[in-house]
Design a protein around this ligand. Sequence first.
Ligand code: DOR
Ligand code: ZN
Length: 451
Amino acid sequence: MSATVDLVIRDALLVTPEASRHGAVAVDDGRIVAIGRSEAMPSARRVIEAGGRPLIPGALDVHTHVREPGFSHKETWATATAAAAVGGVTTIFDMPNTDPPTANAAAVREKIAIAGPQAHVDFGVYGYVGEANLADLQPMAEAGASAFKLFLGSDNPLVPCPNDGAVLDALALIRETGLRCTVHAENTPILNWRGAQMKAAGRDDLAAHLAQHADIATVEAVQRIALFAEWTGCKIHIAHENCRHALPVIAAAKRRGVAITAETCPHYLLLSMDDAERAGGNALRVKPPVREAGHAEALWAALLDGTIDMISTDHAPHPVEEKHRASIWETSPGFPGVETSMRLMLTEVAAGRLTLQHYVRLACEAPARAFGLWPRKGALLVGTDADLVLLDLDHRETIRGATFQSKGKVTPFEGRETQGRAAMTFLRGTCVAQDGQVIAPPGTGRSLQPP
Ligand code: DOR
Ligand code: ZN
């Protein structure tokens, strides 16, 4: 350790999944170089007195849609990563449904080249899994993809759902890369059939969208992909788990030893169809849908018992006019999330629904472990990246989409009071955001890949 280090954060409550203890962290050259008593820290060019507030690892969000290339009117790498930084998220993974889709090595390299100069936080890039690009899977991994994304439920022509034969071949190939495959687990034929039925009946309301995405469509797809993962030995990750009937399927697969992890998102934990009016009516449209009351309770139980491993957001920004349309079928699905997730979950911590230590496991350690980045990311250990978030657990604020860094300004949490937020976000020792403002230049973030 050099005599004088870059940064010391003193008098903090250091929170990990295992423990909360008072102490300090010293940072040099982007890494944590010492953890211990405040008095034992080396001298530093910058000293921050935390005043006893909690210091946690930066959060990882393994499910975001950054939109570039192709849809920069919806979001850019600059705006998405600014949103992440103020939200306490120091690593995001970007989904491949861009234009062009991230479906070969050149597209992976192109996306990383677009992202790097704009990024305020570190990032990983997903490679798309389709029928036509099986030969591109290994080259995408070599070009820097962090993980793969399989859309089992898709009506997007840019990222169509492959047939089951191709899915099996793809999982066998992905297994060889060592990377994990994230799965949007819904049954496409059921979605297509029920969607056509709803349209034929003249239905164009939010409840019709829910009816299209029937529970059985996700239960079947989770069951099938868990079996395929077991058969091939590929590591999979269930995206945006939203349905109580799929939880026993995930739990059973885990008991059998399948390499399966799962995420859920704040909108599935905190909203139901009963909130539709308050959440903006059609603007609540998201795929998969926010379901009837009763699912959230089961998702919370699954989060607490380990069936669901982590929190993500499915950050999916769209312009305001695309979120307020009379027909549900014309309303773009999804909304921004990376900026509000930590605030919403800390509010639940304040309400006693989970402990802060448990939140750190769900938001930091579990995603880093599942995607091969732990302990470099998601940990408070000597030698790891100094991605740190100093929390203010008393900060109260009302969510207002108009104030977002994201270009997506429509949120189903509009008007909701939150308690707690990221006061300072550090990326490899650099303070990238403070009190809701981005303070580091674009280009601070870097592309990541598991070792
Ligand atoms: O609601 C959604 N929005 N679900 C998806 O699967 C895609 C996403 C998007 O890209 O807008
Ligand atoms: Zn998504």
